[in-house]
Design a protein around this ligand. Structure first.
Ligand code: ATP
Ligand code: MG
Length: 484
């Protein structure tokens, strides 16, 4: 028998709460010998059930429904009682009595009250009485009747008013009200129904008629409640299904995205690894099969070194993205003379990849010392600048602009290159994404992903403005934090 600890606990509490309702003869044998509080696990072990697993499953389900309905009380008291009954039966208790329907009679005439109480009690109802509207209203929460028999002519507050007040209160508006009165005019009946009554009995009444009408209303009310519960269950089911559907859709989208990423990675890897590998292979073959002068041999070896370096960079990029994705990169800020830092980096780039471009640096942050991570800053500037160079024509101009503005550092890189089509702009920061207009310009689609991660790691922002055929402007904003 494997009942979850939560269900065991819930059932245990339910049993203890209801213990008073059982006569000792109702209790299963074991509980007579068990001192209180009841030892539920022992009790469960002793129940003679052929299929203990099925019993446990049944109890789990019933406990779950009970818990759900209990939150909607008092509307579901009958369903709750029915579920409790099933639970107690499964636990070996004798059938406990369902709570009798409670009827509240409101009448200022003691004789009527007495007669109705006696008759309805004999009919199997729990009858409570009130001699005027005010008393009835004050004790309603306590009694929570299933039906009200209401006299119309009463001093202070008449029946119509009591009825209207009940119908205006969400806690009581569903309780059926039967008017019971000497007033027999059609207008009186109409007023009774329009103020919210469900039935109308005239005095002097016949006991059988009252019983029959009360029973009919109680049955109708029970059916309504059942319908309401079923409706709520259905709504819950629909909500659960919708949630499951949404989750499935999300999982599907994620899977699609992953598979897209995988195929983009494969196409990038096959392009970007094949070229240096081919270089290495053919150069090694050339070195093997031909006689070379020392200078030529060194040139070939340098080609191999460059190809290996290229692959190494690629691997480093992929690893950096992987690491940052699992939050393993921690910024290590230090004091930097930001203008000097940019100038040094630009000088290096101008000598290598940017030798055919006019790179112009302008700054409104001279002498500014910033508390930033130099490695992250280098990645940002290097990647933006290498893109600006790579995606623009030789001899065209590239601007790097540095501005300090309100505790923020603005870093802008502008080029006059091929631009980025609007439909590609949104996804450029995702790994392996490349714009559709790159044509033969080679690339891995990792640079901007790294830039974005470096910006995010420093709580910054990056935006871009671009026009195809005219150029692109990337703007990075980094908050300037105080050194600890
Ligand atoms: P690498 O990983 O080698 O940098 P990449 O340059 O293709 O390869 P990213 O730097 O991530 O990758 O850039 C992604 C894409 O954004 C590029 O492929 C290109 O389509 C577009 N792009 C980025 N910067 C520019 C730019 N300045 N001008 C035009 N297109 C650009
Ligand atoms: Mg790039």
């Amino acid at each position: 028998m494997s009942l979850s600890p939560a269900t065991t606990d819930y059932l245990h509490r339910l049993l203890i709460q209801n213990l008073d309702h059982f006569k000792s003869a109702d209790l299963p044998n074991i509980s007579c010998q068990t001192s209180l509080p009841l030892d539920l696990p022992t009790l469960l072990q002793t129940i003679a059930s052929e299929d203990k697993q099925a019993l446990a499953l049944n109890l789990e389900e019933l406990a779950f429904s009970h818990q759900q309905l209990a939150t909607l009380e008092p509307e579901n008291q009958y369903q709750l009682a029915a579920i409790e009954q099933q639970i107690f039966q499964l636990l070996g208790f004798h059938k406990p009595q369902l709570r009798e329907p409670v009827i509240l009679v409101i009448d200022d005439n003691p004789e009527n009250l007495y007669l109705l109480k006696r008759t309805l009690t004999q009919g199997g109802y729990d009858v409570q009485v009130a001699t005027n509207g005010a008393i009835a209203l004050s004790c309603l929460h306590h009694i929570m009747p299933d039906l009200i028999l209401l006299d119309i002519m009463m001093p202070d507050m008449n029946g119509y008013e009591v009825c209207q007040r009940l119908k205006a209160d969400p806690s009581f508006q569903d309780i059926p009200i039967i008017f019971i009165t000497v007033m027999d005019e059609m207008a009186d009946r109409m007023k009774a129904f329009s103020s919210g009554g469900v039935d109308y009995i005239t005095k002097p009444f016949s006991i059988q008629e009252v019983l029959a009408r009360v029973t009919t209303q109680i049955k109708t009310r029970n059916l309504q409640k059942e319908l309401q519960t079923r409706n709520e269950q259905l709504q819950q089911e629909i909500r659960a299904r919708k949630r499951a559907e949404e989750e499935a859709l999300r999982a599907l989208a994620k899977e699609k995205e992953l598979s897209e990423l995988k195929s983009r990675f494969i196409s990038m890897a096959s392009h970007e690894l094949r070229t240096p590998l081919t270089t290495i292979q053919s150069t090694v073959e050339l070195l093997e099969h031909y006689q070379w002068t020392e200078v030529e041999r060194l040139q070939r070896l340098e080609q191999i070194r460059e190809a290996v370096q290229h692959m190494n960079h690629l691997l480093e990029d992929v690893l950096l993205i992987g690491k940052a994705a699992v939050d393993k990169v921690q910024p290590k800020p230090e004091w930097l003379d930001v203008v000097q830092f940019c100038q040094d980096l630009l000088a290096g780039i101008q000598l290598t990849i940017g030798k055919y471009h006019h790179i112009r640096f302008s700054s409104q942050a001279d002498g500014l010392s910033v508390w930033l991570d130099p490695k992250l800053l280098r990645q940002i500037l290097y990647n933006l600048l290498s893109n600006a160079i790579k995606y623009s024509a030789e001899a065209s101009r590239v601007d790097v602009i540095l501005t300090q503005w309100d505790q923020q550092l603005l870093l802008q890189v502008r080029d006059e290159g091929i631009g980025i089509p609007p439909e590609d702009q949104e996804r450029l920061f995702e790994a392996f994404h490349r714009a559709t207009n790159v044509e033969a310009i080679s690339g891995t689609g990792l640079g901007l992903t790294i830039v974005k991660q470096c910006v995010d790691l420093q709580s910054g922002q990056i935006t871009l403005e671009s026009t195809v055929g005219h150029g692109t402007l990337f703007t990075v904003i980094l908050p300037l934090q105080k050194a600890p």
